[in-house]
Design a protein. Structure first.
Length: 489
């Protein structure tokens, strides 16, 4: 295919999961061969749904999606590893990329693992034994197995440390095929994308732009400002014409016809007003209330006597003496694969060797893989279940502050977007009122507009907190009192 050929085209595509709840409505767009396109849109707008339509996992209700050539191949790297692969070895996992037997499987696996800079034993531990960052690299490598014509990446920087992000960025800069990326990391997208598809959550249309992610954000902001000014001028003219029409109408005679013309012009001006593009809503400022402790509590929320990290594939332990009291914020640091998530997951589940949680301490856990959520439960019941005082008004008000409306609350959690699941976890923490807050990569899947609001809430949290995050800009906005470097184990 020539570089300027259109490899992917949406023609008047409409899609809905449920009647009267459209994700796309008469949407059109085209992607040229070799383009690197960012997908923008607020949480729940349908970005991941768009990928499923492209891959053929979903079928449009109306309209068509064209590939050129029709047999163009598609590779997709999901946001999270499908649990059905958890027990497979690396070799078995990559074998699932083919419907039949591949006679050069090991050679192909080596090629894609080299591309993502990952060196692992093909027949060693199961997929579930790898860290979130390592699984992110495996997802990308799996998508590359068939050398696809179109590569779809859904939040590929989630769980990656800075080294991993830098390697992925370099790979995509040199990548010569068509690539569509969903990501909320503006700095990452600006390095290699040349266009944007924006999914408008209100109109259900696809807007197409040329330029980097930041270019498009600025262009949209200027457009909104122009539309507001245009409507403001129209409003002024409408008021003036209506006022004149009122004056002429009371003078009688021929002036009544002048008044009618004035009213007609005012109506025309009203119809000529443009629909101001509604920007993505940031979530409202919120506070996570800390648990109130009774008089018997000695102030020790968490005691850590031993740290265990993974070094060269083997667990290594070190004796420590760390006391986390109410109001203390701790950051756990280290590269992908060193065991940060394993460590704090064990703390959250009270199974960590050498770690003691204070008696009566309520633990609020934000898990990067949403392990605290029951996907078959409704979002409403998820929130209701953590409330001591069952107050529906408080529940719905809290959910609304995280952009979870009545429809979202009535859905099973498995039907929510990954971003909505993340916001649901924050709403859950607010209603839970924990004494110990444990957060594992809380920026994953979250729209960048929400991050300053979330950082402010964590910064002001008055209970004890343990945080893992690979996003330096986010961490800088949160008060950190002590750091635990897993590399020092």
């Amino acid at each position: 295919m020539a570089a300027n050929d259109v490899v992917l085209r949406f023609q008047d595509v409409t899609f809905e999961y449920n009647p009267n709840k459209k994700t796309l409505d008469d949407a059109s767009a085209s992607i040229r061969t070799g383009s690197k396109i960012a997908l923008m849109g607020q949480n729940g707008a349908g970005k991941s749904t768009l990928f499923k339509l492209i891959s053929g996992e979903l079928t449009p209700k109306e309209g068509k999606i064209f590939l050129t050539p029709p047999d163009a191949t598609i590779g997709i790297a999901r946001q999270v590893m499908d649990p059905k692969y958890n027990e497979l070895t690396i070799r078995e996992y990559f074998a699932t990329a083919f419907t039949g037997e591949s006679y050069h499987l090991e050679k192909q696996i080596k090629r894609v693992l080299d591309a993502v800079n990952l060196d692992v034993d093909l027949d060693g531990k199961a997929i579930k034994g790898f860290s979130g960052g390592q699984q992110a690299r495996l997802l990308l490598a799996h998508a590359l197995m068939g050398d696809p014509d179109i590569l779809l990446l859904d939040e590929p920087t989630n769980n990656l440390d800075q080294e991993g992000i830098n390697h992925l960025t370099g790979f995509l800069v040199m990548y010569d095929k068509t690539c569509l990326v969903i990501s909320h990391d503006a700095e990452f997208l600006n390095c290699f994308t040349d266009g944007v598809l924006y999914l408008d959550a209100y109109t259900k249309k696809i807007e197409q732009y040329t330029g980097t992610y930041t270019d498009v954000v600025e262009e949209i902001a200027l457009r909104v400002e122009r539309e507001k000014m245009q409507n403001a001028r129209a409003e002024s003219e409408i008021r003036e014409m209506k006022a004149k029409a009122e004056v002429f109408a009371h003078k009688g005679g021929k002036l009544r016809s002048v008044a009618k013309r004035m009213r007609d012009k005012a109506d025309e001006a009203e119809e000529g007003k443009v629909d101001v593009r509604r920007e993505d809503k940031p979530i409202r400022s919120f506070k996570i209330p800390a648990q109130e402790f009774s008089g018997f509590f000695d102030g020790k929320v968490l005691e850590i006597k031993k740290l265990t990290a993974m070094k060269a594939g083997e667990p290594v332990s070190k004796e420590v003496d760390i006391v986390v009291r109410k109001g203390k914020h701790v950051l756990v640091e280290g590269p992908n694969g060193i065991g940060k998530s394993t460590f704090i997951d064990a703390i959250a589940n009270n199974t960590a060797d050498g770690v003691t949680i204070g008696e009566g301490v309520r633990v609020g856990y934000y898990s990067q893989n949403f392990s605290t959520l029951d996907y078959n439960q409704t979002a409403y019941n998820c929130l209701l279940g953590v409330m001591d005082l069952k107050d529906e008004q408080v529940l719905r008000s809290t959910a609304a502050s995280f952009l979870l409306d009545g429809k979202a609350l009535s859905n099973e959690i498995g039907q929510l977007s990954e971003g909505q699941k993340g916001l649901l976890q924050f709403a859950r923490l607010v209603l839970m009122q924990p004494g110990l807050l444990i957060l594992d990569e809380p920026t994953n899947h979250i729209n960048f507009r929400h991050l300053p609001v979330i950082a402010e809430a964590l910064d002001k949290f008055e209970g004890a907190m343990v945080l893992v995050s690979h996003v330096p800009d986010f961490v800088e906005q949160v008060r950190i009192d002590e750091k635990i470097d897993m590399r020092a184990v």
